[in-house]
Design a protein around this ligand. Structure first.
Ligand SMILES: [Zn+2]
Length: 72
């Protein structure tokens, strides 16, 4: 697993640290997971009830469906 400093870019990490958050994209209600994407580095982020993590395209498809990837 990547360390915090290896995930996203300085801007989106700062957005998480200040509770601003990157751009909201989608949510998976049954799983209580939300998907966000940085407008600068285009990193996908998922957030569960406690923590945000960088997400791979595969994880995004698994939790939110392939349609999300087409909406770039
Ligand atoms: Zn970023």
């Amino acid at each position: 697993m990547k360390s915090w400093e290896e995930q996203g870019c300085a801007l989106c990490r700062r957005q998480w640290e200040t509770a601003e958050r990157p751009d909201f994209v989608a949510e998976n209600v049954p799983m209580h997971v939300e998907l966000y994407r940085c407008s600068v580095c285009r990193t996908w982020w998922t957030m569960d009830e406690r923590l945000a993590f960088e997400a791979t395209d595969q994880e995004v498809v698994t939790y939110f469906g392939g349609d999300v990837l087409n909406d770039k």
